[in-house]
Design a protein. Structure first.
Length: 66
């Protein structure tokens, strides 16, 4: 769905869902292995995804994304 979608907002949503899954997996892995640096990676990935979503929405609102 991520690569086949023609609408930019659907691509952003699909990418956000994938990032959410990876963040959840990193958090679970951190709990199971009892290390904290997986949580640091999950937080960094979540922040990067949030910023990328904001940039994509501004891109679409300016009319350049369709």
């Amino acid at each position: 769905m991520l690569l086949r979608s023609r609408d930019t907002l659907q691509r952003v949503l699909a990418l956000d869902v994938l990032v959410s899954i990876v963040v959840a997996l990193l958090t679970i892995l951190s709990y199971l292995r009892d290390v904290s640096y997986y949580v640091d990676g999950a937080l960094a990935l979540g922040l990067l995804s949030f910023v990328a979503t904001l940039v994509a929405v501004r891109h679409v609102l300016r009319g350049e994304g369709r």
